[in-house]
Design a protein around this ligand. Structure first.
Ligand code: ADP
Ligand code: MG
Length: 676
């Protein structure tokens, strides 16, 4: 057994837990070691029994002189014990944990940590953490009497269980946890050794050491990410042979298309197109560019023009979207734009195949990766909302052409520094300007007592201005579970019956059949439906210009950047648009956070604010795909990002002389870049 041993094969204890651990992203023993606590309970004050004070959180250590189970009047079970040390005795109680009696026996030496309460004037230790002392020849405690690590738990996997296993793995693998950071870098940056860091992050001797351990591990995380990005970049550049597209031969055609657009391209769009064209016409290495732009900033048209250039150069392009809804929408948009210019456009989703044999541009979901689809001269791959596609899928699509160019697009407002850290292998274009004439989306946080008034207002707006409304149901779980769907269905029924009986409502959720989804959207698009009630699936990309009201339930469950993305579903046409945020939260902090939506209109601004208010794990968590979860480092730690960048620059590409570091980097390179 070593640290790479999969959990499933790591012995009985683990096999049973494997499924649950995988939910936490833990697949190997090493993953367990890298599953860090998010805080510590401070039980480090070990007190003599005679000195304890009511209200204190302490650890006492002594001998069990009595332990028994009792029933309360209501038939609840209560466990009572008496513990003695050389200064006195104290009563201890637990509730409903009868199994404790099979662990702790009269005469045992125990260590107990918890809060001192009082009962009838006597001190009492209430529901303490406990462990037996003197086991396994060690006086070391892990659940009591120290800074005790607390982990995020999942059903059936408690902090206590994690602590015990991690402690064991650590002890048994001292010789397997080897330093991989070159000593000069360690010295320059005052880094703790790797074994000690992992030990101290889980079982710190002091707050200070926990902090040093955290620093070292955060350093590693960012340092390795940067090296991996550099490595990917250099591997990409090795693909020297690239199809260089001619621009000069087709200036006229491009200009003509440009003129036919129903709007004028923004400066940012023009600049981005120039950047892309430069890559596409270079013969050095294929383009590998990330196009970042707020919702509604107009990324699709930029991609379309790039694909048109590929077409003019007699190359095929493919555009991959993360959902069927989006793929269909892109298909329509691009059909309108490019069909008149003679471009043949195909569509491939799980449920629909159209012109998948003879096309210039193929649009679709993952279905475009199918073996049945043959490409001839695939020259350009466009990936919308890149984060949903992993490296493997990129590799598959890449194989279908010969070093095709890649353009990946995202609406995730990743600050430039972070983008450069994570995607240092990509060149970056940013659409930092919204199309002209966009109105500010008036946004209000609606207090619970104004709910009915808000409904009335929505009704009037719909009737008066003939516009349409989105209602987003609460976001319940990360993936669209049955529970989410049920909740949405119930809310939809309620709205239909009680709130908007005279309007036409449609329900959209991820568990609908694709035909049903399409119908729902089609009806909404064509104006047959007044209100689209939806789970947060509409977050990504859909474009309906007559929709002017976005109403979001339980808005506190979203990050600001996510709310901003949802809000971006309206305000696409020239009519005044509105966003109504509902929350039942009473927390002043939450309200303040949500209020920021009223005054701020750009994704980057909101993302940065969220970064400050909630920390990076939160913003970039769950619905907000696009940035891999950091285990321990923080994207707001610009100092550390800068430091690790400098070290990465210094050492790269000279990794051969540091084989264990190289191995770490290579592992990271082949791993999927992001979750999902
Ligand atoms: P996103 O960047 O979120 O993918 P889209 O490409 O879907 O945005 O564009 C949003 C809407 O804005 C579309 O209806 C599109 O036609 C329109 N649009 C794009 N560029 C411009 C522009 N320069 N001026 C006006 N409208 C534009
Ligand atoms: Mg889009």
């Amino acid at each position: 057994m070593n640290l790479q041993t999969p959990i499933r094969q790591a012995g009985n204890i683990f096999t049973r837990y494997a499924g649950r651990l995988e939910k936490l992203g833990i697949k190997t023993l090493e993953d367990l070691l890298y599953y860090f606590p998010f805080r510590y309970d401070n039980y480090s004050i070990i007190s003599k029994i005679e000195q304890v004070q009511s209200g204190e959180v302490v650890t006492i250590q002594g001998t069990v002189i009595d332990i028994k189970n009792e029933y309360t009047k209501r038939w609840k079970r209560i466990q009572k014990a008496k513990i003695e040390d050389d200064t006195g005795a104290i009563d201890v109680t637990w509730f409903n944990q009868p199994f404790i009696l099979s662990i702790i026996k009269k005469g045992d030496n125990v260590s107990l940590s918890g809060r001192i309460g009082s009962y009838l004037g006597k001190s009492l230790l209430e529901s303490p953490e406990y462990e037996l002392l003197g086991l396994e020849n060690s006086s070391q405690t892990i659940h009591t009497g120290r800074l005790v690590p607390i982990y995020s738990e999942t059903k059936g996997v408690s902090s206590k269980w994690l602590r015990r296993q991690i402690y064991k793995i650590l002890k048994e693998n001292r010789q397997n946890i080897l330093e991989y950071i070159p000593s000069s870098i360690k010295e320059n940056n005052d880094l703790m050794g790797i074994y000690e860091s992992i030990e101290q992050i889980h079982f710190p001797k002091s707050k200070n050491l926990a902090e040093k351990a955290r620093h070292r591990l955060a350093f590693d995380e960012l340092f390795l990410l940067q090296l991996a990005a550099r490595k990917r970049r250099s591997e990409w550049k090795k693909n020297l042979e690239s199809h260089s597209f001619s621009i000069l031969d087709y200036t006229k055609d491009i200009e003509e298309l440009w003129k036919k657009l129903p709007f004028e391209l923004t400066h940012a769009q023009q600049r981005t197109i120039r950047e892309i064209f430069k890559d596409l016409s270079s013969s050095k290495s294929p383009m590998n560019r990330l196009l970042e732009g707020d919702v509604g900033s107009g990324k699709t048209v930029v991609a379309s023009i790039a694909m048109y250039l590929a077409f003019l150069n007699k190359f095929q392009s493919v555009l991959m979207a993360p959902t069927e809804i989006l793929a269909n929408q892109h298909y329509q948009t691009i059909l309108n734009l490019l069909k008149p210019a003679g471009v043949k456009i195909g569509l491939a989703t799980g449920n629909k195949k159209q012109n998948t044999q003879d096309f210039d541009i193929l649009i679709g979901t993952h279905a475009v990766l199918s073996k049945k689809i043959n490409f001839k001269r695939l020259g350009l791959v466009v990936i919308d909302e890149q984060q949903r596609f992993g490296v493997e899928q990129r590799a598959i699509i890449r194989e279908k052409g010969e070093n095709p160019h890649f353009l990946t697009m995202t609406a995730t407002p990743i600050p430039r520094t972070i983008a450069l850290t994570l995607y240092g292998d990509l060149d970056l274009s940013i659409l930092d300007e919204m199309p002209h004439g966009r109105k500010i989306i008036k946004t209000w946080l609606v207090p619970p007592q104004k709910r009915q008034a808000a409904y009335n207002w929505i009704k009037n707006q719909i009737l008066k201005t003939k516009t349409q409304t989105f209602i987003i149901c609460p976001f319940i779980e990360e993936s669209e579970s049955l529970q989410t769907v049920k909740a949405a269905t119930k809310e939809y029924e309620r709205l239909k019956r009680e709130v908007f009986p005279n309007l036409k409502l449609t329900l959209l959720h991820g568990k609908l059949k694709s035909k049903e989804k399409e119908n729902a959207l089609e009806n909404f698009k064509s104006g047959k439906t007044d209100i689209l009630v939806s789970t947060p699936v509409v977050e990504v990309g859909i474009d309906i210009s007559n929709a002017t009201i976005m109403m979001i339930e339980a808005s506190e469950r979203f990050g600001l950047a996510q709310l901003h993305q949802l809000r971006g579903r309206v305000g696409r046409g020239d009519k005044q648009s509105y966003c109504l945020l509902f929350t039942d939260s009473q927390s002043g902090k939450t309200i303040e956070r949500l209020k920021a939506m009223e005054s701020r209109q750009t994704g980057t601004e909101l993302a940065e604010l969220d970064l400050k208010l909630r920390g990076p794990g939160q913003i970039y968590g769950t619905l907000q795909h696009g940035v891999p979860q950091l285990r321990i480092a923080s994207f707001s730690d610009f100092t550390l990002i800068e430091k690790t960048k400098i070290e990465a620059e210094k050492i790269f590409p000279n990794l051969k002389s540091h084989p264990s570091l190289l191995e770490k980097v290579e592992n990271l390179v082949t791993k999927q870049v992001s979750p999902d």
